[in-house]
Design a protein around this ligand. Structure first.
Ligand code: GLN
Length: 480
């Protein structure tokens, strides 16, 4: 087996048993990363990665992650590495500190090999909003990998790395994981520190892992979870994150979200999810149809709250503190206007305008205030559901990977890509997408979600289902 075919867990075992070294493993992955036909990387740190691998190989005892390489979404700051968030406005920016989650992974022995492509400031569902060109789906190079963490998802599916980090505001880990046929986990809001994550919508943003197995995602979560004094919204984690190993679902009640299994979901996607869900019963669990009456307002609610928060968060890009600056400006206002006009792409400008409008005096309560009230109703829908079931399930994405360019001129069609993931984000709940089959020869993701802090139960169920499904994850159109 090629070194790049190993899961992270297998790679750790191979290093610990002396069959390979961190250097060898990093070198093998760098080779695939430097031949980047998918445009999944924005920066590769060959020298830094190899230096770190050598250090780890020389340690008397291997750290838990043993020197296995990882790729990091370019929304996460890493000291001295180029960090752009997919935007021209941050071109040339090198942060002076490293995000807590990345620092914790490095501490645990992961080796960062580069920064991955993404929709500008994580706004998008296809990775086509990157200022540095789209990432291509390794299953079919004419299709999108999903977004916004499309580069991180592709890097794992294309075996450039065994695992990576993304961020999910409304679906940006789960949806690209589904479209690339891998596992994507968005933890409970607050599980992982956001310190060093370039903010899009702070009440929704969460960092999380991409991997080829549920157990690998659990390993990464284990190393990152918990309170960070630098992020006031991060949480003291109540129990250790366990590596799932159960193969049965005895006694587990899974609620099938009726609103997300009907119209608007492609028949092939629905069929693959239904086949996967039938396995819940074969494994000893029960399926219960459930209703989330306010889920259909999720998209409208999200597209008020997320732009409102982004319009405030992105005010800091003023051409003075970071990255791009307009030249030859006459005064401060012109400097702001020209820097932002030149630096931001069209989707980011659209969001800032939407958000500024929704927050403007006279409209604030009608739009932003109303959206917050509906958010509460959505949260209550989930609370009602979880009185009856342990987990809820739905497709992750209403369609398989769509052709490049198909939705770029129609923002609403693009926004609909996240119709299944957004309600869960608004409620701050943990959620995972696992590959569950193919439709039209392309991967389909099944989404599972649970109450806040139910990560162990969620990972256990996802692992049992993943084992029963036995998805073969080798992309067919990898461009080789
Ligand atoms: N696609 C959604 C958006 O464009 C979600 C993005 C995300 O989760 N970062 O806002």
């Amino acid at each position: 087996m090629a070194l790049t075919d190993l899961t992270a867990e297998q790679a750790i075992a191979a290093i610990v048993s002396g069959q390979t070294s961190s250097c060898e493993l990093v070198e093998a992955h760098l080779a695939r990363t430097e031949r980047d036909v998918w445009n999944s990387f924005l920066a590769v740190d060959r020298a830094g990665a190899l230096a770190r691998a050598r250090e780890i190989d020389a340690l008397p005892e291997r750290p838990p992650l043993a020197g296995v390489p990882i790729a990091i979404k370019d929304a996460l700051s890493i000291r001295d590495l180029p960090t752009t968030a997919g935007s021209r406005i941050l071109e040339g920016f090198r942060p002076v500190y490293t995000a807590t989650c990345v620092a914790r992974l490095e501490q645990a022995g992961a080796v960062v090999i580069g920064k991955t492509n993404m929709d500008e400031f994580a706004m998008g569902s296809s990775c086509e909003n990157s200022a540095y060109g789209p990432t291509l789906n390794p299953w079919d190079l004419t299709r999108v990998p999903g977004g916004s963490s499309g580069g991180s998802a592709t890097s794992v599916a294309a075996r450039q790395v065994p695992w990576s980090l993304g961020s999910d505001t409304g679906g940006s880990i789960r949806q690209p994981a589904a479209l690339c046929g891998i596992v994507g986990l968005k933890p409970t809001y607050g599980a992982i520190s956001r310190y060093g994550l370039i903010a899009f919508a702070s009440s929704l943003d969460q960092v999380g892992p991409f991997a080829r197995t549920v157990r690998d995602s659990a390993l990464l979560l284990q190393a990152m979870v918990g309170r960070d004094p630098m992020d006031a919204t991060s949480l003291e984690w109540p129990v250790p994150i366990l590596l799932p190993d159960a193969e049965r679902l005895d006694g587990v009640r899974v609620g099938v979200i009726e609103e997300l299994m009907g119209d608007g979901i492609d028949p092939g996607v629905r069929a693959a999810c239904q086949t996967a869900l039938a396995r819940v019963e074969a494994l000893g669990g029960t399926l219960v149809p459930i209703k989330l009456p306010h889920a259909r307002y999720g998209l409208a609610t999200y597209y008020l709250i997320a732009p409102a928060e982004c319009s405030a968060n992105l005010a800091r890009f003023d051409g003075i503190r970071y990255g791009h600056r307009a030249e030859d400006t006459e005064n401060l206002l012109e400097h702001y206007e020209r820097t932002r006009g030149e630096g931001f792409g069209p989707e980011v400008k659209r969001r800032i305008m939407l958000g500024t409008f929704a927050l403007s005096s006279g409209y604030y309560d009608a739009y932003y205030g109303q959206a917050q009230r509906v958010r509460t109703l959505i949260i209550r829908d989930f609370a009602t559901a979880f009185a009856e079931v342990d987990l809820v399930a739905s497709p992750t994405s209403p369609t398989v990977a769509f052709p490049l360019g198909e939705r770029t001129s129609d923002p609403l069609a693009m926004y609909l890509s996240d119709v299944c993931t957004i309600p869960i984000s608004l409620a701050g709940l943990p959620s995972i997408s696992i590959p569950c089959g193919l439709s039209e020869g392309l991967p389909v993701g099944l989404q599972l979600a649970g109450p806040a802090f139910s990560e162990n139960r969620l990972l256990a169920a996802a692992h049992a289902l993943e084992t029963a499904i036995g998805f073969v994850d080798r992309p067919t159109g990898s461009g080789e």
